[in-house]
Design a protein around this ligand. Structure first.
Ligand code: ASP
Length: 325
């Protein structure tokens, strides 16, 4: 039986609302446009009967290419003023997964993760080995300077001036880049991208890609490429992509926690995603959000930060985007 497709994505969570209401809406427009463009890229795959896996990769690729989001071009800087990128993908039909961590030359880390999944051998490759794998697979390679933007450099410099050794979620760091805005003392910072999809064959997939946390320790790897933490898909339950304070998502096995609540407690995706956020992530002090798509097509997008860039589309229904509640 053919199903109707669903696609949802996020462009990170964090401290987003900072400007007066009218300016804020203006400032948000490019983000909504970027989310829609990425949604359209993934939707085109699903509309021609393509797989959920190809759709999430297409959507995440578009977000990696957009400098507004903290993945690929526009990734944040680490404490050495360099970029190291993480990405992971999972196919809910076969439970095959692929992920790369700490890549520095691969233009689209999510494509490298996809190639690794296709390969069927290693699940997670790191650093130079991952870049060499991507190169050998014929993926586009770039000079590391390709990932830099003046805005991210300003965020990084300002964070370093304000709090030596602090790390920041990207959208919180964006607030830091504005001199007129006072820094709230409890502001940690995020800004990853990710997508979940259900295709017409009824299969799920998830993908997540990030530059990590602003000013992160050199070599630090977050939750995004960790199967079961920042990315997970299983046709028996749901597809999940996370964004937020990665260490907490790893310790909570957050994406798999949502799957487990559905599988073993019989919860619907909404209750499972809320429960995982409230009972598993928050007690650890974690901040951020998830997009979670159930095998029945239900969608949940809870977050405990001020906002989360997100977008979704269901076959036959217009696209939607949102930043706040
Ligand atoms: N979760 C990502 C990480 O910890 C950051 C983010 O979502 O912005 O690397």
């Amino acid at each position: 039986m053919e199903r109707t497709y669903v696609l949802a994505l996020h462009g990170g969570a964090g401290t987003i609302a900072r400007a007066p209401a009218r300016d804020m809406r203006q400032a948000e427009l490019p983000y909504h446009a970027g989310l829609r463009a990425a949604l359209s890229a993934g939707q085109a795959v699903l509309a021609r009967g393509g797989s959920a896996l190809d759709a999430v990769v297409a959507a995440v690729c578009a977000l990696e290419d957009n400098p507004l989001f903290n993945a690929g071009h526009g990734a944040v800087f680490d404490a050495d003023a360099r970029h190291t990128l993480d990405a992971g993908v999972m196919d809910g039909h076969t439970l095959a997964a692929g992920a790369v961590a700490g890549v520095r030359r691969t233009r689209n880390p999510v494509q490298a993760a996809r190639e690794l999944l296709r390969d069927g051998g290693s699940v997670l490759l790191g650093a130079d080995g991952a870049d060499r794998f991507a190169e050998a697979r014929g993926l586009a390679m770039v000079d590391p300077g390709y990932f830099s933007t003046p805005q991210r450099l300003a965020q990084w410099r300002r964070l370093r001036m304000q709090a030596a050794g602090a790390t920041a979620l990207d959208h919180d760091a964006a607030a830091l880049a504005d001199d007129a805005v006072p820094l709230s003392p409890d502001a940690p910072r995020f800004g990853t991208v990710g997508a979940v999809a259900l295709d017409r064959q009824g299969h799920l997939a998830a993908a997540t890609s990030t530059g990590g946390m602003t000013n992160k320790a050199p070599g630090r790897i977050g939750d995004s490429p960790i199967v079961g933490a920042g990315v997970y898909a299983n046709d028996a339950s749901c597809a999940v992509s996370c964004t937020g304070s990665g260490e907490h998502f790893i310790r909570a096995c957050l994406a798999h926690d949502i799957h487990a609540r559905m599988r073993y407690l019989g919860q619907a995706v909404g209750a499972a995603a809320q429960g995982a956020m409230l009972q598993s992530l928050e007690p650890l002090g974690g901040r951020g959000g998830v997009v979670a798509l159930g095998a029945d097509g239900s969608l949940a997008m809870p977050f405990n930060s001020q906002g989360m860039y997100r977008a979704w589309v269901r076959e036959g229904v217009p696209q939607a985007t949102a930043v706040f509640e």
